[in-house]
Ligand binder design. Structure first.
Ligand code: NI
Ligand code: MN
Length: 232
């Protein structure tokens, strides 16, 4: 399983020959100011089979239509309301809710609870916000999406142990570093890929200090640069 990070909560998961793009946020992303995000997309994203959307906020869904035009066979997977929103715009979608695991060619996927909000920038209701639990023959992964620390995280490892968890660490709208450390206890997962930081002024973090806080608790915080990948 390969994970490539594109800042914020945007990353590509490559597993079982399928490419899953999570929460695409390029065109409106302050990181790409004065940088050519289209060049970046052409370079890193040669194939996208699925787009997974955690919730309807602009910084998670703003490039869905762009990618569904670029990759005509793409399937958007999200909650029922977000799926409906994009289905009406002629995009192929798969809607679910907090419920069971669903089998896809890349593995089993479950839409799980997150403590946040979810509305499109045009005011359309975006259903309940969520995260994804992905079980594959290459290991299991949890993508929390934007969320505060919550008790519900404790049920995630009951379904199977996690190789890595992708958690927001920027604070204000989501967990901060200290809370993500507690989340990693709840998840029984020592390896955390930190996301949702530094994109905006109000979610700036001290990267070295954050890594140190994790390592003091015997945990690993992985922070990737734009376009950097890890194999898990
Ligand atoms: Ni959000
Ligand atoms: Mn967000």
């Amino acid at each position: 399983m390969k994970i490539t990070f594109f800042t914020h909560n945007t990353f590509l998961l490559e597993v079982n020959e399928k490419n899953l793009l999570i929460d695409p946020f390029f065109s409106g992303n302050p990181f790409f100011n004065n940088r050519n995000y289209l060049k970046c997309i052409d370079f890193y994203l040669k194939k996208v089979d699925y787009i997974l959307l955690t919730h309807a906020h602009y910084d998670h869904v703003c490039d869905v239509e762009f990618f569904s035009q670029k990759f005509s066979n793409v399937l958007v997977i999200s909650n029922y309301e977000i799926s409906n929103y994009f289905e009406k715009r002629g995009i192929k979608t798969y809607g679910m809710n907090y419920g069971s695991f669903i089998s896809f060619p890349f593995g089993k996927l479950k839409y799980v609870f997150s403590a946040h909000s979810s509305v499109f920038s045009d005011g359309t209701y975006g259903g309940n916000p969520g995260g994804f639990l992905l079980h594959t023959n290459k290991g299991n992964l949890y993508i929390s999406g934007d969320t505060s620390l919550m008790n519900e995280m404790k049920i995630i490892p009951i379904f199977g142990s996690l190789k890595i968890s992708i958690l927001p660490i920027g604070g204000r709208y989501t967990m901060d570093v200290e809370e993500a450390i507690l989340a990693s206890d709840f998840l029984k997962c020592k390896r955390i890929l930190g996301v949702h930081y530094d994109t905006f002024e109000e979610i700036k973090i001290d990267k070295n200090e954050s890594k140190k806080k994790f390592s003091e608790k015997g945990k690993e915080l992985i922070l990737l640069k734009m376009g950097e990948s890890i194999y898990v």
